[in-house]
Design a binder for this molecule. Structure first.
Ligand SMILES: Cc1cc2nc3c(=O)[nH]c(=O)nc-3n(C[C@H](O)[C@H](O)[C@H](O)COP(=O)(O)OP(=O)(O)OC[C@H]3O[C@@H](n4cnc5c(N)ncnc54)[C@H](O)[C@@H]3O)c2cc1C
Length: 512
């Protein structure tokens, strides 16, 4: 779909000199932009996704989907497609001089449980994740304007005007820069990106096909730098490589490290040679090179996640080492945090100050993720509980308040949520709590609290669910945000209405 088609959808005109008018301009149709667009579409918020490229990203790049992101995919209605297309991460296999040295676990094992149904990580090529999100966006009536590059923007008190390459403008109430690590929008806003090089060596990432029988698909094959190549010659120093089968495809993802500053040769022949120089495979064993790119691992955080009416999300706000598989996941969760807030402001008239909490909540999370990814990159931390992202919380957020006493909170059993925590799953009637949470609404969960008086709440925006028990929730009331975090918890309803008022969520109260 080109700009003119989108323009027709938005303004019923294709005249090139009139701006396209929309509520939210999303710059970039990567995982961040697509997630945000899906969330806005299901909230009935008009959004225009402008994507510079002619189509969706074709590479497998961010292939590790963490359990927390799988929960978001469940809420967005794409979990079935993701699970069908992906698979578990295979066990690592260490090679030396063409000989298997044995298997090793790259991830600490975790089992699904009643409160966390997805153990993960799920291996899913990024191009497939994006296809799935794009299909969902289309189902929800949304669209992406491909071949549309945003080159700059201006803002005033009422909105943002973005300039497009090739002429034309888009006028929106808000804009979200989901345009990746080199974000032109971030640069146009003059927001700095502070960080460091995690590894000065250039890396190659490519999707390749390998001759039948030359390498099994049961393992994630790891070739350390000090091995020898197919001819017995010494591999180049620093010539580490890893080759991982990609579930649901005949492809493997190759990641190779280079020591020469010139960086990798991205041509098919260059990729074949990189494989042959680091592994026991020959140049001819690589039958096809489907996509190749290079990168230098960097950890950097945008100095701000917001400038006026423009928000930064995903790689535009933070770039990580790929080690530990955090980047795409953190990006999807940025979008998920911002979507409901934009919806509350634009659809339901919530105070725009609610949007301040996006940066307050997400920037500290991104900073911690940078640190974790860098430590994993250097072998100083494992891929385990933290990388699964189920423990991320917003306890210090102005949106979180727990009306229980400090003593009552301290006495909570392990895993019982407090305000700010991720809302765990649990049994609810004949089904699951996650079934009740699925959708764009808030949920007021009343556990063993049938006799309590509840404040009157907006029926469409807050679904009230009563239950006798819902482990690991202790008896009481829990207001759960649309993005699956406990906003407020209390032994009874006292203080909830005041909390909604003080957190700019007055719209959740019944207007009756
Ligand atoms: C080798 C490698 C492995 C990785 N593995 C993992 C992993 O296992 N797990 C994980 O979580 N993450 C991983 N990542 C990171 C992950 O790929 C990124 O974090 C993710 O792609 C970020 O998504 P995004 O939508 O923010 O940005 P991007 O994916 O970069 O998308 C930005 C989009 O914006 C478009 N665009 C750019 N400029 C403009 C403009 N001016 N106008 C319009 N459109 C524009 C681009 O064309 C692009 O489509 C890995 C990265 C690498 C390099």
């Amino acid at each position: 779909m080109g700009l003119n088609d989108v323009k027709e959808m938005h303004t019923n005109t294709t005249m090139t000199d009139s701006p396209v008018v929309t509520d939210v301009l999303v710059v970039g149709a990567g995982p961040t932009g697509l997630t945000l667009a899906c969330d806005l579409a299901r909230r009935g918020v008009r959004a225009l996704v402008a994507e510079r490229a002619a189509g969706l990203f074709p590479g497998s790049r961010g292939k590790g989907i963490q359990p927390r992101t799988l929960e978001i995919f469940d809420d967005l209605g794409v979990i079935g497609a993701a699970l069908e297309s992906g698979g578990p991460a295979p066990v690592g296999m260490l090679w030396r001089d063409g000989v298997r040295q044995g298997e090793y676990r790259m991830f600490d094992e975790a089992e699904p449980s009643d409160s966390a149904p997805y153990a993960g990580p799920l291996l899913l090529p990024q191009w497939r994740t994006q296809e799935i999100l794009y299909a969902r966006l289309t189902d929800l009536g949304g669209a992406v304007a491909f071949g549309v590059e945003v080159t700059g923007l201006d803002q005033d008190a009422d909105g943002v005007t973005a300039r497009l390459a090739g002429g034309g403008t888009v006028r929106a109430a808000y804009a979200v820069a989901a345009d990746g690590g080199r974000s032109a929008v971030r640069q146009a806003l003059g927001i700095g990106m502070t960080g460091e090089t995690v590894d000065p060596q250039p890396m190659l990432v490519a999707d390749i096909r390998i001759a039948e029988g030359a390498l099994d698909r049961d393992n994630w094959h790891v070739f350390p730098a000090d091995g020898t190549d197919a001819t017995g010659g010494a591999a180049r120093a620093g010539g580490f490589a890893a080759i991982c089968p990609l579930p649901g495809t005949p492809d493997f993802q190759l990641v190779a490290r280079f020591t020469d500053s010139a960086g990798p040769d991205l041509s098919p022949d260059g990729v074949r040679k990189a494989v042959a120089a680091r592994t026991h495979l020959s140049v001819d064993d690589v039958t096809e090179v489907r996509w190749a790119s290079d990168f230098r691992p960097r950890a950097a955080l945008a100095d701000a996640f917001r400038a006026g009416r423009v928000f930064l999300a995903g790689d535009a706000a933070h770039v990580h080492s790929p080690a530990g598989g955090q980047g795409l996941n953190t990006s999807v969760q940025d979008a998920y945090n911002l979507g409901w807030k934009l919806g509350a402001v634009l659809r339901h008239g919530a105070d725009a100050a609610l949007l301040d909490t996006y940066e307050e909540e997400r920037r500290p999370i991104a900073a911690r993720m940078l640190d974790l990814s860098t430590r994993i990159h250097h072998g100083a931390a494992r891929r385990g509980t933290a990388t699964r992202q189920l423990g991320l919380e917003y306890r210090d957020s102005p949106l979180s308040a727990d009306a229980r006493t400090a003593a009552a909170r301290a006495a909570l059993p392990d895993g019982s949520p407090q305000a700010g925590d991720r809302a765990p799953d649990g049994p609810l009637g004949a089904g699951r709590l996650f079934d009740a949470l699925r959708g764009p609404h808030f949920t007021l969960l009343a556990v063993a609290a049938a006799d309590l008086e509840l404040p009157s709440l907006h029926e469409e925006l807050v679904h009230v669910r009563h239950t006798g028990a819902c482990a690991p929730y202790e008896p009481g009331l829990y207001l759960i945000r649309p993005d699956g975090y406990v906003a407020w918890a209390g032994p009874d309803g006292r203080g909830l209405a005041d909390h909604l008022t003080s957190t700019k969520l007055e719209v959740l109260r019944s207007c009756a």
